[in-house]
Design a protein around this ligand. Structure first.
Ligand code: CUA
Length: 334
């Protein structure tokens, strides 16, 4: 639905058709009731008009069945909006298992994209057709919003934390990418394009754009340069927790409680190490806030992730490794 209807953007993701339907349903019900109310206002104005000077309307008694009817029917309709909308919302917020993960950093005024395999892009995002793609996003400065109308996805991108969105493209081609949160002088220019390619073309593109090192390898280099290993490597002098197998695991915290070592926790532990210290360790790590860019933080997290853990990504070269498992479904998953 909605194809060729000029008021809607083109539809190029698995959500688009259903969102168009839901939007159409909301619009249809609104128009129906608006029409009904206008018609009745006019009809009643004529039907119950004052016919003579001495015209006195009869008092009317309430009718419980009528009251119940016009309460329950709108309630059921309103709940159908809610039920359908909530169901679709949760599906749009929950990426399927094993998506292709890509990192995005927004800054005044550009989108910087990092692929696990290494390639980086500015104001462009290349993705394969028919595969769920999950974006983990943050901002280097102010609030931005990542918006691809053709996919019907929009998510605020905030400084100091990670937000995610996911989509599955159902059509190859180029689609507009916008910033949808006013972020300064060049907000209106902060955009670009999303290029959806066939899985084979995407693999070729990945190879062609390869910068020589993967995201995790870049992270490992940064990790070494900052001397993280002096505290986090195994050994009798280790003053910090081991990072092998950490990603996605549950960490017991000093002072009680636990935390899941996801991207957000790892980021916090680098820029604000005292916030949630692992049980059994002293609060001695200095903060790295301001010393590592958001891209660098994502690289280090990718490195820690490559060291294994409950939700780790297989490293490059391992079986089922960095090459994303492509489900080649010609025509996409719709
Ligand atoms: Cu970034 Cu508006």
């Amino acid at each position: 639905m909605g194809e060729g209807f000029p008021l809607l953007p083109e539809s190029a993701s698995t959500f688009a058709a259903e969102l168009n339907l839901l939007f159409g349903y909301l619009t249809a019900v609104s128009l129906l009731f608006a029409g009904l109310i206008f018609t009745l206002v006019v009809a009643f104005a004529i039907r119950f008009r004052r016919r003579s000077e001495g015209d006195r309307p009869q008092p009317r008694e309430g009718d419980l069945r009528l009251e119940a009817l016009w309460t329950l029917i709108p309630l059921a309709i309103a709940l159908s909006f809610f039920g359908w909308g909530a169901d679709l919302f949760f599906r749009m917020k929950s990426p399927p298992a094993d998506p292709l993960e890509i990192y995005v950093v927004g800054k005044q005024w550009m989108w910087k994209v990092q692929h696990q395999e290494g390639p980086r892009e500015i104001n462009e995002l290349h993705v394969p057709l028919g595969q769920p793609v999950k974006l983990t996003m943050t901002s280097e400065d102010v609030i931005h919003s990542f918006y691809v109308p053709a996919f019907r996805v929009k998510q605020d991108v905030l400084p100091g934390r990670y937000t995610t969105l996911w989509f599955e493209a159902t059509r190859t081609g180029e689609f507009h990418l916008f910033c949808a949160e006013y972020c300064g002088t060049e907000h209106s220019l902060m955009g670009g394009r999303v290029v959806v390619m066939s899985p084979v073309d995407y693999q070729i593109w990945l190879g062609g754009g390869r910068s020589g090192e993967s995201l995790a390898e870049a992270g490992a280099r940064l990790y070494d340069r900052l001397g993280c290993n002096s505290c986090h490597d195994a050994g009798p002098t280790a003053r910090g927790p081991l990072l092998e197998g950490l990603y996605g695991s549950e960490v017991a915290l000093a002072g009680g409680g636990t935390a899941i070592a996801d991207e957000a926790y790892l980021r916090e532990s680098i820029v604000e190490p005292g916030a949630r210290v692992t049980a059994g360790y002293d609060e001695i790590m200095p903060t790295y806030a301001g010393q590592i860019s958001e891209e660098g933080l994502l690289q280090i997290i990718a490195h820690i992730r490559s060291l294994g853990g409950a939700l780790s990504l297989p490293g490059p070269g391992e079986p089922g490794g960095a090459q994303p498992s492509l489900r080649s479904e010609p025509g996409g998953g719709q």
